[in-house]
Write a protein that binds this ligand. Structure first.
Ligand code: ADP
Length: 445
C-alpha cells in the first residue's frame, strides 16, 4: 500500500505532467514544454535534497524544514529517528553515570585493562589505593604495581585465587588483587585493602607458633619424668596403666606440637632461599626405608620407581616432609602386608610423584576438606594411628611453596592415590653440573 506522502507526490507529478501537456498543445511545442517541465521538476527535487543536506549538517536540535509530499515524509521520518536516537543516547548516558556513581561508592578499587594490559579506566578507590592519576590511563598496570609476583600473576593468566601483596606505596598496607577476564582478552582488576585481615591472620600464626614453642619445654620435662617413673621397678601395678596412658598422650601432644611448629614455619616463612636442586631418588629411598621401619611387623610391601638423575628445585627438608607424610599415611591407613607404590613420572608438563595404596580409601565427600588443619575422616577409627590431623595440611603448604599441588584420588574399599604435581619450571635440567647438585643437598642436611 502506498503511503500518504508518496501518493501526494504521485498526484503532483501526474497533475504537473497533464498541465505541461495542455500548455504544450496550446502553444504547439508539446515536446519542448514537457522537457522544460521535467527540468523544472528535477530542479525542485535538487532544491529539496539541498535543504535536506543543509538541515542534516546544521544542529541536531533544529526542527526539519517545511515540505509537502514525499519530502515532508522524508524530513519527518529522519527527525523522528534522530529524536529516538537522542532518547536512547540519554538513557545510555544515565546508565553509564549510574554505573560510575556506583563504582565510585565502592570501597574496592576497580581497574579495567585492555587486552595489552594497559589501564583503560579506574574508579575513585583505585586512585586512593594505588595513587593512580587520570594521565596514567593507557599505560601498563605493571608500571604501577611492579612487584614481581604481580607481574607473574598477570602473565600466568591463572586467576583462580586472589593475590595478596604489600601496597606499592606502603609496606604497612596489604592489598589483595583479584583479576577477572572479560570481553576480548580484557581484564577487570579488583583491589581490596586487606591490612586488617592480614594482621589478624598474622597474629593467629604468631600465636600458634609461640604457644607451640612455649608448650614444648614443659611437655618434654613432664614426659621425661613420666618415662623415668614408668621404668621404676617399685611402681604399684595400679599406677602403671595410668602412667602408660599419660606417656602415650604426652607423646601424642608432643607430635601435635611438632606438626604445629612445622606448619606455622611453612606459613610464616616467605623466603624460598633454601630452594636448591634436590635429587629425588635418594630422598625417596630414605622415605621408603623409614616407612618400612614404621610398618615393622605389619609388613607392607613398599616399591619405588623413580628416574635415577631426576632433580627438583626445592627445599629437601620440605620435600622429605611431604613424601614422608604421604607414605606414612599410606602405611597407617592400609591393611597389613598390602602393597604401597611410590611412582615418579616425568612429562613435558612437569613431574608427578604418586603414592598409591590398597587401603580403606576415603569417601569422596571428604576429599575437598582433607587438607584442612585437624580434619580427620573418622576420629574414632583413626584415634589409634597416632595421627594429628595436620599431615596433609603440611603437605599442601609445603607443595604450595614449590608451585606444586596435591591431587587426591580415592575409591572406598580399594585404596587411594595421592599425587604431588610439580610444574616443569621446578625440574632441574639433566645437564646441570652434578657436583653442585650433591654438594647443595648435603649442605642443606
Ligand atoms: P592424620 O595425622 O590424621 O593422618 P592427615 O592430615 O595426614 O592427618 O590426614 C587427614 C585424614 O585423611 C586422616 O585422618 C585420614 O582419615 C585420611 N587419610 C590420609 N591419608 C589416607 C590414606 N592414604 N588412606 C586413607 N585415608 C587417608
Amino acid at each position: 500500500m502506498l503511503n500518504r506522502g508518496f501518493s501526494a507526490e504521485l498526484r503532483r507529478v501526474v497533475t504537473f505532467t497533464l498541465l505541461c501537456v495542455v500548455v504544450g498543445l496550446l502553444n504547439g511545442y508539446l515536446t519542448w514544454t514537457l522537457i522544460i517541465g521535467g527540468a523544472l521538476y528535477m530542479a525542485w527535487m535538487m532544491w529539496q535534497i539541498h535543504r535536506l543536506d543543509v538541515w542534516l549538517q546544521s544542529s541536531r536540535d533544529q526542527n526539519p524544514p517545511d515540505a509537502s509530499g514525499i519530502w515532508g515524509d522524508v524530513f519527518d521520518n529522519i527527525h523522528r529517528l534522530q529524536k529516538r536516537q537522542q532518547r536512547e543516547k540519554d538513557r545510555l548516558k544515565q546508565v553509564v553515570r549510574r554505573g560510575q556513581e556506583t563504582t565510585a561508592a565502592l570501597r574496592e578499587g576497580i581497574i579495567l585493562l585492555d587486552r595489552y594490559g594497559n589501564i583503560d579506566w579506574f574508579n575513585g578507590s583505585a586512585v586512593q589505593l594505588l595513587q593512580l592519576r587520570s594521565q596514567d590511563q593507557g599505560h601498563p598496570l605493571v608500571n604501577f604495581i611492579r612487584h614481581p609476583a604481580f607481574v607473574q600473576y598477570l602473565e600466568r593468566k591463572n586467576f583462580e585465587l586472589p593475590l595478596d601483596l604489600p601496597s606499592p606505596h606502603s609496606e604497612a598496607v596489604r592489598l589483595q588483587y583479584q583479576v577477572t577476564n572479560f570481553g576480548l582478552g580484557e581484564h577487570l582488576v579488583l583491589v581490596r585493602d586487606v591490612t586488617r585481615v592480614h594482621k589478624l591472620e598474622q597474629m593467629r600464626k604468631d600465636f600458634v607458633a609461640n604457644v607451640s614453642h612455649e608448650l614444648r619445654t614443659p611437655l618434654t620435662v613432664i614426659l621425661g619424668y613420666v618415662e623415668t617413673l614408668s621404668m621404676a621397678p617399685d611402681v604399684p601395678e595400679k599406677w602403671r596403666k595410668a602412667l602408660d596412658q599419660v606417656e602415650a598422650q604426652g607423646k601424642r601432644m608432643s607430635s601435635l606440637l611438632s606438626d604445629l611448629i612445622v606448619l606455622s614455619k611453612l606459613e610464616t616463612d616467605d623466603s624460598k632461599t633454601a630452594h636448591k636442586p634436590v635429587m629425588l631418588k635418594p630422598l625417596l629411598l630414605q622415605v621408603k626405608s623409614d616407612a618400612e621401619v614404621f610398618s615393622g611387623e605389619r609388613g607392607h610391601q613398599i616399591s619405588l620407581t623413580c628416574p635415577d638423575d631426576l632433580q627438583l628445585l626445592g627445599s629437601d627438608k620440605e620435600l622429605q616432609s611431604v613424601f614422608s607424610n604421604l607414605v606414612l599415611n599410606a602405611v597407617k591407613y592400609s591393611g597389613d602386608h598390602t602393597a604401597i607404590h611410590i611412582n615418579v613420572s616425568q612429562s613435558s608438563l612437569g613431574v608427578n610423584v604418586a603414592v598409591r595404596d590398597e587401603g580403606a580409601g576415603i569417601d569422596p565427600v571428604h576429599l575437598p576438606r582433607l587438607t584442612e588443619r585437624f580434619y580427620r575422616v573418622d576420629n574414632s577409627r583413626h584415634s589409634g594411628t597416632g595421627g594429628t590431623g595436620l599431615g596433609l595440611a603440611i603437605v599442601k603448604h609445603a607443595l604450595l611453596r614449590h608451585g606444586a599441588k596435591l591431587d587426591i584420588e580415592s575409591y572406598p574399599g580399594k585404596g587411594s592415590t595421592f599425587t604431588c604435581i610439580f610444574p616443569i619450571q621446578r625440574v632441574v635440567a639433566a645437564d646441570a653440573p652434578l657436583a653442585y647438585k650433591s654438594r647443595a643437598i648435603q649442605s642443606e642436611r
